[in-house]
Design a protein around this ligand. Structure first.
Ligand SMILES: Cc1cc2nc3c(=O)[nH]c(=O)nc-3n(C[C@H](O)[C@H](O)[C@H](O)COP(=O)(O)O)c2cc1C
Length: 200
């Protein structure tokens, strides 16, 4: 019996090592600063202290960005409710896809690919950068993917203002390199990236 239990524990451990997805804690969907205070404090920050967010902050920020606030609809609107946007998270250790239903960050690729983000002075000190990807085959049209990204970016700005974090949305990065690194398809388009971190 003891042997079987040990075998099961080892199997679960090996599986978790192989998967290496990051299970997020449940987002805290109440609280934060009053909206008018957050709007008053929203601004772009580019000087970050190299420090990780707590698991709760990471989960809350991603929920604010593109999480579900109803059974089948999200914290952000999308044209014709196509929900064509994916949010990826690039840490210095790898790239993950935010699975908003499962509260999981799914490992896409291990490694440090921050050079593809450009503006190293920003990306290298940020806790992570968010990468917004429009699935154009699902979008109502190409423009919608870019417009819908703006809602996500602003939610992140407001969450950061509320939580005392810094963020800056960025259009200047090497789009083809990042597209290749992320092994995206021809129907997927990176719209914009957004660095997040503790303010220096
Ligand atoms: C579409 C877009 C692209 C941007 N690209 C960059 C960028 O590549 N690098 C950067 O440092 N800031 C970038 N910004 C941030 C703007 O410079 C910033 O929002 C502007 O200076 C106003 O400052 P504020 O956000 O503090 O109000 C971008 C903003 C937007 C909306």
């Amino acid at each position: 019996m003891k042997k079987i239990i040990l075998l099961i524990i080892s199997f679960v451990f090996v599986c978790s090592l192989l998967a290496q997805d990051i299970q997020l804690v449940s987002p805290q969907r109440t609280g934060g600063k009053p909206l008018m205070d957050a709007l008053n404090e929203r601004q772009s920050r580019r000087d970050f202290e190299k420090k990780e967010l707590s698991p709760q902050m990471l989960s809350d920020l991603l929920w604010a960005a593109n999480g579900f606030n109803r059974d089948d609809k999200r914290t952000v609107p999308t044209s014709q409710n196509r929900q064509e946007m994916d949010v990826y998270v690039m840490f210095d250790t790898g790239i993950y896809l935010y699975d908003a239903k499962g509260h999981v960050l799914k490992l896409i690729k291990k490694g440090d690919f921050r050079k593809d983000l450009g503006q190293a002075n920003i990306s290298d000190n940020a806790a992570f950068s968010l990468i917004y990807v429009a699935n154009m085959d699902r979008a109502s049209n190409r423009e919608a993917g870019f417009i819908d990204s703006g809602f996500i970016a602003q939610n992140v700005y407001l969450y950061c203002a509320s939580a005392g974090l810094g963020t800056v949305v960025r259009g200047s990065f090497t789009r083809p390199n990042l597209h290749n690194t992320m092994e995206l398809t021809k129907d997927q388009e990176i719209t914009i990236v957004q660095a997040v971190g503790f303010i220096k």
